[in-house]
Design a protein. Structure first.
Length: 278
């Protein structure tokens, strides 16, 4: 299987619109689902701003780039505005290939920074971006209300040519060592890591009891009642219960639980490194 990333063409419209419909979920986008027949390309999404991935000649996904602020002082920043992979071709490295290609294209066009926004509960996408070199710059708490729940908007970015120098007020770290984070950076990282850990622990707990989770959700007359039932069943908070409800059970594989458990171990190690002895 070969992955090829190329420039988008006008005749990709139908294939990319189909992928948008197939991949839309409230866990991945705060916007409403695209209406049937909606064209993919528009004044906002032009062919020049889109890269397409092909697997053995078939369109497998896309990544869209754009500008965030139309002012001269912000021309050095590009934003990833969309990323989607055909569900039938997932877990083959297509998403990673697209993200890396987008960063490379932005850098070759003169961009110093590539940014993006991703929903807090979308741990799969956040993990992908982190593996492609993106770091968390901030969290807009409760930025969206989705399915009756307040959801954070996570801001991430990468600097293809290396991060800009720190302010002079901060002391330089010895050669070969990373500079110590400031107190607010450490607090933000602690908070974000704890929240990710709580979410993944809830997902792992649900995967260990799939029959009980299915029974609780099936018996509930509505989503809020189902979330409350999961809170009691799994011993988790409301946000984590809703994250469990948003799981796409049909796409889970036999290695999903082991991968989540490995992520939990890594997050616990990160917390210890940050001075949290949980």
């Amino acid at each position: 299987m070969g992955i090829e990333v190329r420039d988008a063409r006008a005749d990709d419209d139908a294939a990319l619109a189909r992928i948008d419909v197939l991949t839309w979920t409230s866990a991945g986008s705060p916007a409403p689902p695209p209406a049937p027949g909606t064209p993919f390309f528009s004044d906002r999404t032009r062919t020049d701003d889109v890269l397409v991935a092909e697997v053995d000649g078939a369109v497998a996904g896309y990544v869209a780039l754009g500008d965030t602020l139309p002012i001269p002082a912000h021309r050095h920043v590009r934003e990833i505005r969309g990323l989607a992979v055909d569900p039938g071709l997932g877990r083959r490295g297509v998403g990673r290939a697209l993200v890396l290609a987008a960063v490379d294209r932005a850098a070759r066009a003169g961009a110093v920074k590539v940014s993006l926004r991703v929903l807090g509960p979308n741990t799969g996408a956040r993990r992908l971006y982190a593996r492609c070199g993106f770091g968390i710059e901030g969290v807009l708490r409760g930025e969206f209300r989705i399915d009756g729940v307040l959801v954070d908007d996570v801001l991430m970015a990468t600097f293809p040519g290396g991060e800009p120098p720190r302010p002079a007020a901060r002391s330089a770290a010895p050669a070969g060592q990373r500079p110590e984070p400031s107190s607010w950076e450490r607090a933000d990282r602690l908070d974000e890591t704890r929240r990710r850990l709580r979410t993944l622990e809830a997902l792992a707990a649900a995967l260990r009891r799939p029959a009980d989770v299915a029974a609780a959700v099936t018996a509930a007359p509505d989503r809020p009642t189902a979330a409350a039932a999961l809170q009691e069943l799994l011993g988790v908070a409301a946000d984590e219960a809703h994250a469990v409800l948003q799981m796409q059970w049909g796409r889970l594989t036999g290695d999903t639980l082991p991968r989540i458990e490995e992520d939990v171990r890594e997050l616990r190690a990160d917390l210890r490194d940050l001075g949290d002895d949980r």
